[in-house]
Design a protein around this ligand. Structure first.
Ligand code: E4P
Length: 218
């Protein structure tokens, strides 16, 4: 499973890229607004740090403007993935962009029916929001299972399932068990995944015992 990070914060992206575990980045207008920075410059900078897919979302909601925005975003760098909302105009934009070879991430997916449409529109990625579904008492990971099962029934479908709106490591584990293609993780969740109290306790004991030997490897 590929790991993307869900942030537009350059410092966080640099820090996590250094782990060698980050395959891509997803951003959205809310994450961009949080940085207070220029959108196009921020995406260009992220694309220089991360060689993998960097999702940059269109801001308008009508087809003509979305297409123009998508074409402009795609020109920023070869690794830009244009992100469009799962609406009729968004899927029309997805089709137009994917037909000409641009990678598209269809976002704000909340049902299997919507995921079927995204695949039909040629999406490179579909982003079902598991956390937001859980928040309203629905089963976010159940939706991931449904989409994976449907997509697996058709060899013609190449759309990758990108699990989004992840709230914690449990979502990542569930996504990996189901064989999801990608998980986009808030930086805090990726950091949480490293931790276990027994790792800390075990390491402290090893460091202390090693000191008693008086040896040095180097
Ligand atoms: C995905 O691409 C979205 O940016 C993101 O995962 C949304 O997550 P949220 O529900 O935490 O805002």
């Amino acid at each position: 499973m590929k790991f993307f990070i869900d942030t537009a914060d350059i410092a966080e992206i640099r820090e996590l890229a250094a782990t060698g575990l980050v395959d891509g980045v997803t951003t959205n207008p809310s994450l961009i607004a949080k940085t207070g920075r220029n959108f196009l410059e921020t995406i260009a900078e992220i694309c220089e740090i991360i060689p993998g897919s960097v999702s940059a979302e269109v801001a308008s909601t009508d087809f003509d403007t979305m297409l123009k925005e998508g074409l402009k975003l795609a020109k920023i760098a070869p690794n830009v993935t244009v992100k469009v909302p799962l609406t009729p105009a968004g899927l029309k934009t997805c089709k137009a962009l994917s037909d000409q070879g641009t990678e598209v991430n269809v976002t704000l997916c909340f049902s299997a029916a919507q995921a079927i449409l995204a695949a039909k529109a040629g999406a490179t990625y579909v982003s079902p929001f598991v956390g937001r579904l859980d928040d309203i008492g629905e089963d976010g990971m159940g939706l991931i299972g449904d989409i994976i099962e449907i997509y697996a029934s058709y060899t013609s479908i190449t759309t990758q399932v990108l699990v989004a709106s992840i709230r914690g490591p449990a979502h990542v584990i569930a996504a990996a068990k189901m064989g999801a293609d990608v998980a986009t993780l808030p930086p805090a969740v990726l950091k949480q995944m490293f931790g276990h109290p027994l790792t800390d306790k075990g390491l402290a004991a090893f460091v202390a015992d090693w000191a008693k030997t008086g040896q040095s490897i180097l």
